[in-house]
Design a binder for this molecule. Structure first.
Ligand SMILES: NC(=O)c1ccc[n+]([C@@H]2O[C@H](COP(=O)([O-])OP(=O)(O)OC[C@H]3O[C@@H](n4cnc5c(N)ncnc54)[C@H](OP(=O)(O)O)[C@@H]3O)[C@@H](O)[C@H]2O)c1
Length: 209
């Protein structure tokens, strides 16, 4: 599968590592092209670097940028996202207080993103509950990470599920995109638990049975 990650930061590194572990082709784009190049060189394998004006080569495009930058990216990349599966990974934390979500109750950053994209572009919420260092490792305490996934489009969800499982992780189907609001709350609580637990963003949320 061909995958584009927009954003060569922490999550670009984490998700990029899993994408390559699954034998996929990876294009990394960043508004600072030298950062994209540095990450592509670090990750090696099929990773290539690009700049925001380039063609998006991935059939799946991961927006690895902060909210509300995700919404700005939808406008910036515009029609180039038509026909792609867009993966929203953000936790829309209110950066005034760092103590709530910036989105309104009953909606989500993923739904807001879907409204900004070219009509019919499927959005998949995934990876917002997994921290970047754990994605690089692919596991915590010897257990593969769970990646909670929500989407309306079943084909798009299946594609992202294949990507997740190809990278050695477990995809957990959480239902339609409406559930993204709950995944964003899960991500927020996971972030807030780091300080009392002292886990330094090395922990994972997992369904055990
Ligand atoms: N870090 C985690 O463990 C974690 C876990 C779960 C979810 N998330 C979510 O993942 C997203 C990314 O987090 P991160 O920690 O990877 O952030 P980060 O390290 O700051 O990386 C984001 C990168 O994207 C670049 N960028 C921003 N807007 C862009 C655009 N329109 N086009 C191209 N490049 C752009 C940024 O450039 P500049 O440096 O110039 O801004 C930066 O290099 C956030 O939404 C966050 O909520 C993060």
């Amino acid at each position: 599968m061909k995958v584009t990650i927009i954003g060569a930061g922490n999550m670009g590194r984490g998700i990029g590592t899993r994408v390559l572990a699954g034998g996929n082709e990876l294009q990394i784009i960043d508004r600072n092209p030298e950062d994209a190049q540095a990450l592509a060189s670090e990750l090696g394998a099929s990773a290539t670097a690009g700049s925001p004006d380039d063609e998006l080569t991935g059939e799946v495009v991961v927006l690895a940028v902060y909210y509300p930058g995700t919404l700005e990216a939808a406008e910036q990349y515009g029609d180039r996202l038509a026909g792609k599966v867009v993966v929203d990974i953000c936790n829309p934390v209110n950066t005034d207080t760092w103590d709530s979500l910036a989105t309104q109750p009953g909606t989500s950053a993923a739904k807001e993103l879907a409204d900004k994209l070219p009509s019919g572009t499927p959005v998949v919420k995934a990876f917002n509950t997994t921290f970047s260092p754990t994605l690089v490792a692919g596991e915590v305490a010897g257990q593969p990470l769970d990646v909670f996934v929500a989407a309306d489009d079943q084909d798009a969800k299946a594609k992202v599920t294949d990507l997740i499982e190809g990278g050695g992780l477990r995809a957990v189907d959480c239902g339609p995109l409406d559930r993204a609001q709950h995944l964003e709350s899960m991500g927020f609580v996971h972030i807030k638990a780091q300080e009392p637990l002292g886990t330094g963003f090395q922990s994972a949320l997992k369904e055990l049975s």
